[in-house]
Design a protein around this ligand. Sequence first.
Ligand code: GAP
Length: 511
Amino acid sequence: MANYEEVFKKVVSHSKEYGFIFQSSEIYDGLAAAYDYGPNGVELKNNIKEYWWKSMVNMHENIVGLDTSIFMHPKTWKASGHIDAFNDPLIDNKDSKKRYRADVLIEDYISKIESKIEKDLQKAHKRFGDQFNKDEFLSTNERVLERTKKIKEISSKMNQYLVGQELDKVKELIEELDIKCPVSGTCNWTDVRQFNLMFKTQMGATADSATDLYLRPETAQGIFVNFLNVQKTCRMKIPFGIAQIGKAFRNEIVARQFIFRMREFEQMEMQFFIKPGEEIKWYNYWKDQRIKWHKALNMGEENYRFHDHENLAHYANAASDIEFKFPFGFKELEGIHSRTDFDLNAHQEYSGKKIKYFDPEINESYVPYVVETSIGLDRMFLTVLSNSYKEETLENGESRIVLKIPHVLAPHKVAVLPLTKKDGMPEKAREIIQSLQLDFKCLYEEKDSIGKRYRRQDAVGTPFCVTVDHQTLEDGTVTLRNRDSMKQKRVLQLELHAIIAKEVSLKNYLN
Ligand code: GAP
């Protein structure tokens, strides 16, 4: 396929054409960085949520769920540090008047060097063929070594300046690297300033009596303030976790790359409460669990990597991202953070209420430590959509676009298609749907030739098509077509439920 940008553009337009994602308020020319999920999108999104929820809550007897409100007492955000420290460094180009995140400008510069390494790799692979040893090449090729060294130097400087709040040095680094504004092409930059990402709003009928509130920038704080409620009412014993899926809001300086960075998005977060001193053990445990969860979807082991943080958030003593190879390069998909006792301690202090756990095993009370796993639902959606989009040339020379979405996540599991609109075939097809629809999301389609209908189902990622024809009416068999292999086989209508159940079962992924 052509270059990555082109592929990404195709994924974006495909997602609109086939009812996955629409621009928010499109009839008013849209609202930047806000998106609506269409009929196919919402099914895929719900399936991702279920895949996550079941792996966290159903499969761990010591993890329970929660659904907290978006509005929280304003003191929450003072305690959590978000009012004082939830900032991004912004910089403007004086010529184009465009605004950028200073760290993202530098990261984009690093990504360009990374893609040069990738190109070197591909060239060498072509040249040496099967003899090619990737690890040896990466550790010996001089040009690659030079580029890797440069990446390390730049990120280490950037991290050091960001942690130390040395914003003038961040600007100097941008100038030193000769990073130009993509719009004006100049290096005429303003100073770097901090910008708080929280959305402010008001609660109350009149301006005088109104209370300033923030839309939550992470779902985690709803979990922290409910720690004792959950622990006591469900009689939870440490170690235990609380999981939540919900909306979060961030006034991102630059929101772009489709649903990758939005101002309103959804998170799937789990806070795991542990005994102080055990955080590194649990941090490693959750890193391992989470990467396994991703890889179980079979979207390519090579598309995942860890990125351990040097520049730690104000609450963490260890942190790592699981990065995924999006069409625009490796980017953060999920964060695993060892958050220490920072949040519970801060809420104790600001609320004046004790938040301690009495540990019967050691006869002592303490403020638990926390390891968090936090994944963006929309980003996860984008990984599935972009990874499953394939353009294929078929044996007969025709081409097809197919979304090879993992079966368990596919918006619809089966489409039932009567060959023609007469002779009782539509009725038979509807009878089949009735026998399947309680367990699997089904579609019925009777318009156009069977070939066109297969293509439409390929384009929305439906793993199975069932065709009802004259023979069905005679012997109760149907044609079952597989989306990926396009192979068809004749099976008994009565066998359909069992065949599909086996193919789309969560058991194939989580165990
Ligand atoms: N509670 C920790 C926390 O919120 P984070 O790394 O800031 O950590 C966690 O966010 C995840 O949320 C990210 O890995 C990403 O998948 C998702 N996320 C963050 N900002 C986002 C945005 N503006 N748009 C979409 N997803 C976002």
